[in-house]
Ligand binder design. Structure first.
Ligand code: PPS
Length: 308
């Protein structure tokens, strides 16, 4: 195991003690918390390899889902034991995650024995270490409509004791629109990566809603982007393996091994749906959100679906 102490480190945080929650602070214009900035220099100096694959998302947009798909595509046949014995956060290190006295995401990524190395980040595009661009690495960005993304992030902030206090829904709703979130405003994140994609052909920009609509089709597109041609049987197995209910049951993908998350409050694999925002947004909030959204999202080529 690469990080044997991960769980024991988080154990003290596992009690619901809101006073120990981190405070959001401004970091180069982006809301951050110390566990994502403490190793900044080392993370920025990360030495990428040309075959590294970056999985980038705004938090709660489908990182774990796409990570599991890629891990299955690359290693499902050759080292299936990896998928059944290592949790997703060890197979796909979280680059900027840095916990004092523990191996950092950057060191974990350095030591990954696989080729390619699958590396997760929630960085807005301007924070991506330059070596990834110099090496022309493939990057897979997953975006999710803002309303569902907000609801998912709210539940995550309620249950994850390593995140800032979520507060009540109404204040969270305002904060999301203001962009006072860990990893900054959703709006800047999805737009920043979308713009970068126009000049960087090695970015594959995916949408959570498309994956829900037709997972098989999106796996096909991923395969052609990374240049893999799995058999029809393999693709079928992957599609089944990554269905929401199967990933929710799977201890290696459902984060139940991290006590920092209090599943009594909300599970990591919560609903996995498009349109759950309708259960949280009031009619007035929806109107306010749509008005504000129009002002912020000016690029007509970037289109999200809030329902299917
Ligand atoms: S994190 O913490 O940022 O890495 O979270 P992330 O994995 O990006 O997003 C978590 C949300 O994705 C949903 N999810 C899935 N939906 C459908 N199918 C599958 N297989 C799947 N796996 C994860 C997960 O349930 C979270 O969304 P919500 O809306 O909260 O359920």
């Amino acid at each position: 195991k690469i990080i044997p102490d991960y769980q024991s480190f988080f154990f003290p945080l596992s009690k619901l003690d809101l006073s120990s929650r981190p405070q959001l602070f401004d970091f180069h214009g982006v809301g951050m918390i110390p566990i994502f900035t403490a190793n900044w220099e080392n993370v920025q100096n990360f030495q990428a390899r040309p075959d590294d694959i970056v999985i980038a998302t705004y938090p709660k947009a489908g990182t774990t889902w796409v990570s599991q798909i890629l891990d299955l595509l690359y290693f499902g046949k050759t080292s299936p034991e990896r998928l059944t014995s290592l949790p997703i956060y060890e197979r796909v290190p979280f680059l900027e995650m840095t916990i004092p006295n523990l191996v950092s995401g950057k060191d974990q990524a350095d030591k990954l024995p696989t080729t390619p190395r699958l590396i997760k980040t929630h960085f807005p595009v301007q924070f991506v270490p330059k070596s990834f661009w110099e090496q022309n690495c493939r990057m897979i960005y997953v975006a999710r409509n803002a309303k569902d993304n907000m609801v998912s992030y709210y539940h995550f902030d309620l249950m994850n004791n390593a995140q800032p206090v979520a507060g009540d829904w109404n204040s969270y709703f305002q904060r999301f629109m203001e962009g006072d979130m860990v990893f900054g405003p959703w709006y800047d994140h999805v737009n920043g990566w979308w713009k970068k994609k126009q000049t960087h052909s090695n970015i594959h920009y995916m949408f959570y809603e498309d994956m829900i609509e037709d997972t098989g089709r999106e796996i096909e597109k991923l395969c052609s982007f990374i240049g893999l041609s799995p058999s029809a049987e393999e693709k079928e197995m992957i599609k089944t393996g990554v269905q929401f209910d199967n990933m929710k049951k799977n201890k290696m993908t459902n984060y139940s091994t991290l006590p920092v998350m209090d599943f009594q409050v909300s599970p990591f694999m919560r609903k996995g749906k498009v349109g759950d925002w309708k259960n949280y947004f009031t009619v007035a909030q929806n109107e306010e959100f749509d008005e504000d959204y129009k002002r912020k999202m000016k690029d007509p080529t970037l289109h999200f679906r809030c329902e299917l």
